[in-house]
Design a protein around this ligand. Sequence first.
Ligand code: FES
Length: 159
Amino acid sequence: MTKFTVNNQPVEYRVDPATPLLFALRDASNLTGTKYGCGTGHCGACIVDVDGAAKKACQVPIGSIEGSFVTTIEGLSHDRSHPIQAAFLAENVSQCGFCIPGMVMAASVLLRNNPRPSEDQIRTGITNICRCGIYPRLVEAIQRAGRIQRGEDTVASPR
Ligand code: FES
């Protein structure tokens, strides 16, 4: 049995400790906001926050994170009111939307470590892949989310 915390709730998984965190979250906990893109650690669609770091959940065996604190996209907010989600909506970042949860979680960790990132720092720090090519809007949204978190900008209520 493997125990850790997901979105502030204790969880116990009675599966092989080698099971990828992505599958535990999606299949056992029904947290389907975390996406399966490549399954090989390249795309970032599965990024979640593990103890404050952006981790590709498809590459994390649950047995390696016993006692850890995991936050998924569902743990940020249930009504899209988190500043990053609000900025993504305001800047119309999403196109097909599949990669967005991983982008938001990567941005969350980036902004916690660097509240005022430059464009270069965002392009270097966010390595998620998006087939729709949303990258210019992504940079705008992350910088706007930083301004919102610093109280320098506001957005309308989420739709
Ligand atoms: Fe994990 Fe692509 S699904 S990096």
